[in-house]
Ligand binder design. Structure first.
Ligand code: CA
Length: 270
């Protein structure tokens, strides 16, 4: 649990990791579909994603998150899959919520909730799935050749380990089994080393300086900023306000044109 609780101080670390390699880059790579919305009640945080399955005729009957995975990743390279979740309406059952691991144009399903029925999830309490892909974890490979509903992850890897994973979704769509709306909040989805916290500005979009980066200067974030070192918050804000190119981060090679004495001029700008 502790490992999933990203504090504000972790944000610059994520940004740094982004700069060093692709592993964390996809932490911002997700999209919502169906009845899925950002919710202001995250797990020890400001934001989660609310997924809903509405009964037929009263809205969309499914909601989900589509995660971007690293290009070329094979099933055998997938070692960790988990999420925090909390039901606010109905429960788990009827085959959802579930992760869908896309391989060979089909899905491997990984169900949330207690084995073997994946039913009777509690309401209004955050629960961590733990890693759903341990060697003895059960996954549903019945869509694939030689697959079966209760397949172990080890067995799945033996059969399909070299297959490319083209995407991963987290879906809920079981209103049909409850005859009522099914609503679940999910947060801190972990796919290998990538953690999706759904917080505003997570990862900064990877596109260089912007307002999201500027925000990270606040509340002491300037001390840990990977773009630094900075002398104070104002200098950090100023750096990103200029698009991250003012040379205060030590890369002053070709920025002489606008170096009009920018030391300390923004210390109280916010
Ligand atoms: Ca969150």
């Amino acid at each position: 649990m502790k490992i999933l609780r990203l504090s504000l101080a972790s944000v610059p670390l994520l940004a740094l990791s982004f700069a060093l390699g692709p592993a964390v880059a996809a932490a911002t790579g997700y999209s919502l579909f169906g009845d899925a919305t950002l919710s202001s009640s995250g797990h020890n945080s400001n934001t989660a994603v609310q997924l809903r399955s509405n009964v037929a005729g009263l809205g969309q009957t499914s909601g989900g998150i589509d995660f971007t995975v690293p290009a070329g990743m094979t099933l055998s390279q997938l070692a960790n899959l988990s999420t925090d979740y909390m039901f606010t309406e109905a429960s788990c059952g009827g085959g959802s919520p579930r992760f869908q691991i896309n391989v060979a144009g089909k899905n491997i399903f990984v169900y949330l909730g207690p084995y073997p029925n994946y039913t009777s999830c509690a309401q209004n309490i955050w629960t961590s799935s733990g890693n759903l892909l341990t060697a003895s974890s059960f996954v549903d490979t019945s869509q694939l050749p030689s697959g079966t509903f209760y397949d172990t992850w080890t067995s799945a890897l033996t059969k399909y380990g070299s297959s490319t994973v083209t995407g991963i979704q987290l879906v809920t769509d079981s209103s049909w089994t409850f005859g009522a709306r099914q609503t679940v909040l999910v947060d801190n989805v972990m796919i290998n080393g990538m953690v999706f916290t759904f917080e505003t500005g997570q990862g900064g979009g990877g596109g260089g300086g912007n307002n999201g980066d500027k925000e990270k200067c606040k509340k002491g974030g300037w001390k840990d900023s990977s773009a630094g070192p900075f002398k104070n918050q104002g200098q950090c804000v100023s750096h990103f306000a200029r698009g991250g190119h003012d040379g205060q981060g030590g890369q002053s090679s070709d920025d002489e044109s606008d170096n009009s004495n920018d030391q300390g001029d923004n210390e109280d700008s916010d």
